[in-house]
Write a protein that binds this ligand. Structure first.
Ligand code: AMP
Length: 357
């Protein structure tokens, strides 16, 4: 989606990843298939482009550090370094007085036993690195679960977090340009299923106070990290309206996919503008919008019936061109625009259900 935005504005795009025929590669001018650890390939790639960005936070930091020797990487590698590790991320947030759930750093079984005692149950153990969409997470409901949860870590460092009884989950997708100007898409409301984003709505159904506070936190986070590009802040909204930051994603985010159809400037064009040194575009919504993810599970009994969804004239279909429809894999999404978010959400879910009926 970033590449489509870039190509539309006349840019040539080179992509680097360990796979071939990737969604980006299908649209880019040049697709380089190499391991992220292959620093010779990284150097060759960097020498052939003017600026680098990433759309996935598990690119190793050393890869970005190498690329930064040749061309600007935006956002800078340090932003990736903080966001790709839950411990560094939580320490950054806590040190800068951003609200987070109680957490502890876990290296040994003893650490975990002590931390569960202090934080209480239920709590959730998350590997510090390389986790997303619930991967590398174990819920601890009582002390009997501790040993198994620790063994699941396979020797990796982890973070133990209090399991919070939130009212809803929301996110702010925001952008910052080279001059430090800031733009945002307001608050987006997110419903997850099995730890994976299921449906997003915008604007979120939350108070003006929450809107204002969430955007203020986003502005401060992007400023503190000196982000150039798009970054998404995911929050838990508690029943007393307190906001807790759950996670930072230093890139266009799944909850911002609805901006492609609903906004004057999509999050992908915004990313392009920021990393190429242009001014940010307007973020206004044409209409309230909702997005429903299409996971590989929809292919269980064969190809979904696209016509059934396209019968809804205000529904837009996005398929990413991924070859294999695995369970839990994000294959595409639907977006609906309507006169209210409730109607947009109802329509997009109806269209998704129709795919397999
Ligand atoms: P994460 O990969 O940390 O974003 O977690 C994926 C999803 O799991 C979140 O969006 C929540 O729905 C749920 N989750 C993660 N951590 C917690 C927590 N501490 N308390 C309650 N739910 C959580």
């Amino acid at each position: 989606m970033f590449t489509i935005a870039a190509r539309r504005m006349g840019y040539r795009v080179h992509t680097f990843s360990p796979e071939s025929d990737t969604p980006t590669g299908q649209v880019a001018d040049t697709e380089i298939k190499a391991d992220y650890e292959d620093l010779d390939a990284v150097r060759d790639f960097a020498k052939n482009v003017d600026v680098i960005t990433f759309e996935f936070e598990n690119v190793p930091f050393a890869t970005v550090e190498e690329a930064e020797k040749f061309v600007p990487v935006r956002p800078r590698g340090e932003v990736l370094h903080v966001a790709q590790n839950r411990l560094r991320e939580k320490n950054f947030l806590e040190e800068n007085n951003f609200p987070v759930t109680s957490f502890r750093h876990i290296k040994t079984l003893k650490d975990l036993q002590k931390a569960v005692e202090e934080i209480g149950t239920p709590c959730v153990l998350k590997t510090a690195g390389f986790g997303y969409d619930g991967k590398g997470q174990t819920k601890i409901k009582n002390i009997k679960d501790i040993k198994k949860a620790f063994d699941n870590l396979d020797g990796n460092e982890a973070v133990l977090e209090a399991f919070v009884d939130f009212e809803k989950e929301v996110s702010v997708v925001a952008a910052r340009d080279l001059q430090g100007n800031f733009a945002h898409y307001g608050v987006i409301e997110n419903a997850h299923a099995n730890h994976i984003l299921d449906v997003s709505l915008a604007p979120a159904i939350v108070s003006n106070k929450t809107q204002k506070e969430a955007v203020e936190i986003a502005h401060e986070v992007l400023t503190k990290l000196e982000v150039v590009g798009v970054l998404c802040i995911e929050f838990f909204l508690m029943k007393d309206e307190k906001l807790l930051v759950n996670e930072l994603a230093p890139r266009p985010h799944n909850s911002g996919h609805l901006t492609v159809d609903a906004c004057v400037t999509s999050q992908f064009e915004q990313q392009l503008r920021a990393v190429c040194g242009f001014d940010l575009g307007a973020t206004g919504f044409y209409k309230p919008a909702a997005m429903a993810n299409l996971l590989g599970d929809l292919w269980k009994n064969g190809e979904p019936n696209w016509q059934n969804a396209l019968e809804f004239p205000n529904v837009k279909l996005h398929l990413y061109g991924k070859a294999e429809a695995r369970s839990g894999r994000k294959m595409g999404h639907l977006t609906a625009l309507a006169d209210s978010v409730e109607r947009a959400a109802a329509t997009v879910c109806k269209a998704r259900n129709a795919l397999i009926s």
